[in-house]
Design a protein around this ligand. Structure first.
Ligand code: AMP
Ligand code: GLY
Length: 430
């Protein structure tokens, strides 16, 4: 089949690697893609958030399947436009994607479906929001309602900082329309976990769990980012617990959205905190996680294109996923200053050498080619993923390969999957 993959980030690079390896894929197109994807797929220029433009392009190449990577096209209704034009699509409708597009909406759905999540209320004015914040007490959690590229959430002990976040969003319009409403939320304590599942709107087939590192610096310091690294599987999440989360969180949500007449087709993502009172949802997303996907795809032995096609055609029932016994660690190479201001256009060296390490994939995220030279073009520049028999092996490989890549200001966290490595050591000793 001919597959069109929409997006240009690290997640899409990982998805593209699996789609291009599929025996059922004859041709793979990436729009707009990136220099890494251009090595395995035909790159096509496209504004992926313009439904008409996407429909035209899918028609021109007569795509048998369109896989939508990022949230923005989903929220813009690209999935609906493609389905309206008779295309098979992996990715939810605009209505179903509101689970990510509006945090207030997601809260409502979780309440209706009886899914455990942090207590929260929605506000459009600073004063009542502050009163509720004080009622909950510190640490304070303030979230812009709409899409804010992973930057709309502030978690802080500092009351003044929390009030400033409310004002920035509600009064100063820092996130535009996306921040015209905010959620003030109960703080959830405990390790975080991402569980992503394939669904055709009825059947749910979960991936193995993954863990993401949201903060910019080692030891969970610094501001929230889009994600600085990930690993899979997660020693803190047993098979039973993953099963329970799928059963109590993802399945009820898929059922509930279908009952509302807004069936969810694609990848549904639950971000959870494993609290002392059990798993509670932090957020739902309407797509694969970035950078969780970069740690999941290298372990996926099933044919990704076949699974996405089964979702798109309502034939997921009976599908089982097969995963490598090896673990995977993915380290993000970011631009100095990210998630704040950073420079771009800086030459990147060592990409080929890094990719030669055994079990290593170098996934492009924010890169472009200028005059034949690959340069930085975004906050998260690359993700280096490594498989290994143990977390110790996988971490050693990932960091060795990441160390071979150079650009001015390169920033990586040095503690990705360290927790998992320690858990492994403790288990060996026991
Ligand atoms: P979100 O965009 O909702 O995933 O939030 C980004 C990050 O902020 C999460 O991954 C958590 O690390 C943190 N966070 C969000 N909501 C909460 C909460 N209620 N309690 C604790 N941490 C939170
Ligand atoms: N890694 C978090 C996300 O994809 O939203």
């Amino acid at each position: 089949m001919k597959v069109l993959l929409l997006g240009s980030g690290g997640r899409e690079s990982a998805l593209g690697s699996a789609l291009s390896a599929s025996e059922s894929v004859d041709e793979l197109f990436a729009a707009p893609g990136n220099p890494g994807l251009a090595q395995i797929a035909e790159p096509l220029e496209l504004d992926a958030e313009d439904p008409d433009a996407v429909v035209n392009l899918a028609g021109k190449i007569d795509a048998d399947l369109v896989v939508i990577g990022p949230e923005a096209p989903l929220v813009a209704g690209v999935g609906d436009a493609l389905r309206g034009a008779g295309r098979r699509v992996f990715g939810p409708s605009k209505a179903a994607a509101r689970i990510e597009g509006s945090k207030a909406h997601a809260k409502r759905l979780m309440e209706e479906a009886g899914i455990h999540t942090a207590a929260a209320r929605t506000f459009d004015a600073v004063e009542p929001a502050t009163a509720y914040m004080d009622e909950l007490g510190p640490p304070y959690v303030i979230k812009a309602d709409g899409l804010a590229a992973g930057k709309g959430v502030v978690v802080t002990e500092d009351r003044d900082r929390a009030i400033r976040a409310l004002k920035e969003s509600l009064v100063e319009g820092r996130f535009g329309q996306a921040g015209s409403r905010v959620l003030v939320e109960e703080f959830l304590d405990g390790p975080e976990l991402s569980l992503i599942a394939f669904t055709d709107g009825v059947t749910v087939v979960p991936c193995e769990p993954a863990q993401d590192y949201k903060r910019a610096y080692d030891g969970e310091a610094g501001p929230n980012t889009g994600g600085m690294g990930s690993y899979s599987p997660v020693p803190a999440c047993s098979e039973d617990l993953a099963h329970e989360i799928s059963h109590r969180v993802i399945e009820p949500m898929v059922k509930h959205t279908a009952a509302r007449g807004e069936p969810f087709v694609g990848a549904i993502y639950a971000g959870l905190a494993l609290t002392s009172k059990g798993p509670k949802v932090i957020e739902f997303n309407a797509r694969f996680g970035d950078p969780e996907t970069q740690a999941l795809i290298p372990r996926l032995e099933s044919d990704l294109a076949e699974v996405c096609f089964a979702c798109a055609t309502g034939e997921l029932s009976g599908t089982r996923l097969s995963w490598s016994d090896e673990v995977c660690v993915s380290v993000v190479l970011a631009s100095g200053g990210y998630p704040g201001h950073y420079r771009t256009g800086l030459p990147i060296e060592g990409l080929e050498r890094a990719a030669k390490h055994p079990g290593v994939d170098v996934f492009h995220a924010g890169t472009e080619v200028q005059n034949g030279v690959t340069v930085t073009a975004g906050g998260r520049v690359l993700a280096v993923s490594a498989l290994g028999r143990t977390f110790k092996d996988a971490r050693a490989r990932a960091y060795a390969a990441a160390g071979d890549i150079h650009f001015d200001g390169k920033h990586i966290r040095s503690d990705i999957a360290l927790r998992a490595e320690r858990a492994e050591e403790t288990k060996e000793e026991a």
